[in-house]
Design a protein around this ligand. Structure first.
Ligand code: AR6
Length: 167
């Protein structure tokens, strides 16, 4: 598997799947979640509402992942995952690692070969970027998958530098 680090906006990425740093409600929020729903359009929210009405009545638990259409985005699917809030969760490192692993498992189920990730939990959820980057890179490297390219798409210079340093 090829792992690359780029600076940019994940909503511009041409990839089979892009990963969303969602919250348990699956109904949108700020940060990368807000950007994905804004640019992807209402089809994504409608798919999320259907998930809430079926398999995820209580919401998506932290560390799990689920896919929807990518709507108008230049990707086929959005894989939604919920990272841990840094200040609140006990098993937070395990939960954050689980987000990357589960997103790759869902990508395998979909047959996605290129997957773009943001720095999960490292914005509103308050994770220090150096640790977030370490867990992201270590977990993706250590996860057996059929995905051929994982692209970390970092929004800020700081995030980009921390991910580059981990690589
Ligand atoms: N492309 C790539 N990265 C981005 C983009 C973008 N368009 N926009 C922001 N980032 P965050 P979290 C970076 O806060 O910490 C939402 O309200 C951002 O700079 O999006 O997991 C959800 O609904 C940061 O480095 O996600 C949840 O409630 C990284 O993406 C909560 O925020 C993650 O920041 C999730 O918080």
């Amino acid at each position: 598997m090829r792992i690359i680090v780029v600076k940019g906006d994940i909503t511009d990425q041409r990839a089979d799947a892009i990963v969303n740093a969602a919250n348990s409600s699956l109904l949108g929020g700020g940060g990368v979640d807000g950007a994905i729903h804004r640019k992807g359009g209402s089809e994504i929210l409608e798919a999320c509402r259907r998930l809430r009405a079926s398999a995820y009545g209580k919401g998506l638990p932290p560390g799990q992942a689920v896919a929807t259409t990518a709507g108008r985005l230049p990707a086929k699917w959005v894989i939604h995952t919920v990272g841990p809030v840094h200040s609140r969760s006990e098993d937070r490192s395990k939960t954050l690692a689980s987000c990357y692993r589960e997103a790759l498992r869902v990508a395998d189920e979909l047959g996605a070969t290129t997957v773009a990730f943001p720095a999960l939990s490292a914005g509103i959820y308050g994770w220090p970027m150096d640790d977030a980057a370490r867990i992201a890179v270590e977990t993706v490297r250590g996860t057996p998958t059929k995905v051929e390219e994982v692209r970390f798409v970092l929004f800020t210079d700081e995030a980009y530098e921390h991910f580059q340093a981990q690589m």
